[in-house]
Design a binder for this molecule. Structure first.
Ligand SMILES: Nc1ncnc2c1ncn2[C@@H]1O[C@H](COP(=O)(O)OP(=O)(O)OP(=O)(O)O)[C@@H](O)[C@H]1O
Length: 301
């Protein structure tokens, strides 16, 4: 299956600074791809490169298999995006704003009504946008990006600054899109919890480099539990486990052993019985802890 977005060694410099460094993105069709990274990691720059708003310093981009920016016109016709704040006319209603977008794209009037319903703005459709809450403005921005049922929707931090109810609404909307419109969604965030709740695939960028990319379940497997076993004879137990092919670390009397499958636990204890177990503790690394380890950024990820 051809990737919807595929980059090879995508790189962007600003002066001496490399903001995006040899990034190979692979966004599969029909996925909700969470593009995760702490502030300043290079997310917005990458998304702007994909949209042809910035030129790469090096590397290549294909969207729907077509080269960007060379085939920009045909590609962008099938893309919707909301990068940075939404643009709209504040003195006009949500309806009028969408009507302008629909007219520009030669879409039937019905598409305005449909899109307003999808983003749940029908009730407020005829109020001026300047009276909208931040969440409503954000939904209008997404509506403008969505009105032509794009094959690919690119959203940069769409829940930034929203209250929990607003965040939930955007989340639900994103989740609906692959089934409803057959769209692929590429959505950036600096919040792991955000991405975890909507994404089927994840790419993690840190200091301009893509440090992880796979299905979200592969990421979850990284958080499998470890056993901390305190023993009277740790040295002998350590050696014995190593000889049997276990991954094990030793710190004084305690051995740390990652457990991939629950049946491994029973096998482990059977094996350790003869080394006099003093204490056993099971610890599970949270995804949060994994990210802090990977990125050194505790506050955002
Ligand atoms: N036009 C520019 N000129 C100079 N440096 C830039 C420019 N645009 C981005 N950068 C730098 O590139 C790096 C990546 O920025 P980018 O906005 O892509 O990060 P981000 O992951 O989107 O973070 P945030 O969530 O804070 O927006 C930052 O160090 C930023 O200062």
């Amino acid at each position: 299956m051809t990737a919807i977005v595929q980059t090879e060694k995508l790189t962007r410099r600003f002066g001496d600074k490399i903001s995006v460094n040899q990034v190979d993105l692979q966004v599969p069709p029909g996925s909700i791809y969470g593009f995760l990274g702490p502030n300043g990691a290079g997310k917005t720059t990458t998304l702007k490169l994909l949209l042809g708003l910035l030129r790469p310093t090096a590397g290549s981009i294909r969207i729907f298999g077509e080269r960007m920016p060379e085939e920009r016109i045909s590609v962008l016709r099938q893309v919707g995006s909301l990068v940075e704040s939404p643009s709209y006319y504040g003195h006009l209603s949500g309806f009028k704003n969408l009507k302008i977008a629909a007219d520009l794209l030669d879409l039937p009037p019905q598409s305005v009504k449909e899109t307003l319903e999808l983003v749940r703005l029908s009730q407020d459709a005829h109020r001026p946008v300047k009276e909208y809450s931040l969440g409503m403005k954000q939904r209008l921005g997404i509506a403008i990006a969505l009105i032509h049922k794009p094959r690919l929707l690119i959203l940069d931090e769409p829940t930034n600054g929203l209250d929990p109810a607003g965040i939930q609404e955007i989340r639900n909307l994103i989740k609906e899109l692959p089934t409803l419109y057959g769209s692929t969604v590429l959505v950036s965030s600096h919040l792991l919890t955000e991405v975890e709740q909507v994404a089927t695939h994840v790419g993690i960028i840190n200091q301009g480099q893509l440090i992880f990319q796979d299905e979200i379940d592969v990421l979850r497997q990284q958080s499998s539990p470890v056993m901390l076993v305190e023993l009277e004879q740790p040295a002998a137990a350590y050696q014995s486990l190593r000889n049997q092919g276990w991954r094990v670390e030793r710190n004084h009397h305690t051995l740390t052993i990652p457990i991939q499958h629950s049946k491994d636990k029973a096998r482990l204890f059977q094996h350790l019985q003869s080394f006099s177990i003093l204490n056993v503790q099971e610890k599970k690394k949270s995804l949060e802890e994994i990210f802090i380890e990977w990125t050194g950024k505790g506050n955002s990820l």
